[in-house]
Design a protein around this ligand. Structure first.
Ligand code: SAM
Length: 469
């Protein structure tokens, strides 16, 4: 039975409810009166239910879709301005005992070299990432309770935060590792992680069981209830995502929003981020073997519908997508983007030969961070290296209430400009710096409060003189 408050995955991601939602969306996908009323509700910027958003996603009417895209763009601007938060993944280990049929890390794959970074190797990777200018990382690892232990993760996080190199410092470590216990989530929180990210892969239980035939990840309920345990362990920023291509996208979309509704109902705070990965070619994996791939138009529509359904949730796009797709969805709702990414274990310090790669999937955007930053600024986005919310304890409901009230703009805009200035001074190529300095000159005028503007100008001047506060 569908119960948004239940702690059982079968209730809050209830299969019957999803089927009914899809039938309702099918019946109403051309019901202009209903669609208009849903769009009107969305304009209030308080979000939509999974049923309402599913109707919009199913709607084939071009004119209505244009309205949906326009609204998504506007909501994105209202909540996130033109800032885009920058991050990079850091692969710690590709040892894995699971049997996920779509992932090259699956235990039976004997072609890929298996690696786990030592603390010394982590230092080298982090220095390489700092030398690009990164301040925010997402740690990634396969599931191997013997090798990739909680102690290993805790030590790695400590190592990462401790490395100070020139002006570099990693200020926020997010982590994407297998579902674990409340006690372990508590330890991760104490170690100072930012967001705990776990992709659901698919919300369709039957498919999930087939796609994860062996290993601890086979347990659908344990995996789906992970965010509840993370929140019980004190982690209030959690990141959801599905791997589009595994099952039918409309099913996944409804499940994803039901998951967000459940977290909001049960803990008073929805997901901090939603990621939208699409299945990619990888060693031993051919995406054509999976029937549910989605085209770029559908992908864009999903991003737009998520944006208006959960306006205050950040949205992440990785280098699984190419420059063109990234550009399109940035306008529609994405707020965080990776740059200069390597998906191999140890690949920042020492890029691997293609034929002996430990990488997780083929990267479709191979540009350097400098190139990604410049490209963003050429489109009038402000690449932001800010981690202030996390540093100042604005996580979970404290972050959400600030975001829901629209107030986040008042602190984020100046912080984005100052951290961008630091990046330009420390890491940018002369061409990128020239474009960035002009952007900052223009954008500083958009700091609404006069007093605040004076403070920002003064800080920018100090950064220019290499006098950091
Ligand atoms: N071990 C953790 C877990 O169990 O969730 C982290 C997994 S992995 C390092 C991060 C994500 O990569 C997975 O959750 C999956 O969605 C994604 N992934 C796996 N294979 C992929 C592929 N072939 N193409 C694109 N993404 C893939």
């Amino acid at each position: 039975m569908y119960d948004v408050n239940s702690k059982c995955a079968d209730d809050f991601i209830n299969h019957e409810e999803i089927l009914e939602t899809l039938a309702y969306a099918d019946e109403n996908k051309e019901n202009v009166e209903l669609i208009d009323s849903i769009i009107e509700k969305a304009k209030k910027r308080k979000g939509l239910s999974h049923r309402e958003a599913s109707v919009l996603l199913a709607c084939p009417i071009e004119e209505k879709n244009e309205e949906i895209y326009k609204l998504a763009e506007q909501i994105k601007k209202d909540f996130y301005g033109n800032r885009i938060v920058m991050f990079a993944p850091l692969y710690l280990s590709n040892y894995c005992i699971n049997g996920c049929t779509y992932c090259p890390y699956h235990a039976k794959n004997k072609h890929i070299p298996r690696k786990q970074l030592s603390q010394e190797e982590i230092k080298r990777e982090v220095i390489a990432l700092q030398d690009m200018g990164h301040k925010r990382l997402a740690l990634e690892a396969g599931e191997d309770p013997v090798r990739n232990t909680m102690d290993y993760y805790l030590e790695s996080i400590k190592t990462i935060y401790s490395i100070k190199h020139k002006n570099g410092a990693i200020r926020r470590v997010n982590i994407n590792i297998a579902a674990t216990t409340v006690d372990n989530y508590r330890l991760l929180k104490e170690a100072g992680i930012g967001t705990y990210i776990l992709f659901q892969e698919t919300y369709h239980k039957e498919s999930y069981l087939e796609l994860h035939p062996t290993g601890p990840k086979h347990d659908y309920n344990y995996h789906t209830e992970a965010m509840d345990r993370a929140m019980e362990g004190g982690i209030d920023d959690v990141g959801l995502g599905v791997l589009f291509g595994l099952d039918k996208y409309r099913y996944e979309f409804a499940g994803l929003l039901m998951h967000a509704e459940h977290l909001e109902a049960a803990f008073g705070v929805g997901p901090h981020t939603i990621s939208v990965p699409r299945l990619k070619h990888a060693d031993d994996i051919n995406p054509d073997d999976f029937d549910n791939g989605i085209d770029d138009d559908t992908f864009a529509k999903i991003v737009a519908c998520i944006r208006i359904a959960v306006p205050y949730t950040g949205m992440i796009i990785s280098t699984r997508e190419n420059q063109k797709t990234r550009e399109r969805v940035l306008h529609l709702g994405i707020s965080q983007i990776s740059g200069g990414s390597r998906t191999s274990v140890g690949g920042y310090y020492e890029p691997e030969p293609e034929d002996a790669s430990s990488e997780q999937f083929d990267v479709s955007d191979n540009r350097t961070l400098d190139e990604v930053v410049r490209w963003l600024m050429e489109m009038d986005y402000i690449p932001s290296f800010c981690t202030a919310c996390y540093r100042e304890g604005r996580t979970g409901d404290r972050f959400m209430s600030l975001c829901k009230s629209g107030q986040i703009q008042n602190c984020c805009h100046p912080n984005a400009l100052m951290t961008l200035k630091e990046y330009l001074m420390d890491y940018a190529s002369p061409e990128t710096k020239a474009i960035g300095d002009k952007l900052i000159d223009r954008e500083v005028l958009n700091v609404p409060n006069e007093k605040a503007r004076a403070v920002v100008l003064e800080n920018l001047r100090l950064i220019e003189q290499d006098n950091r506060r």
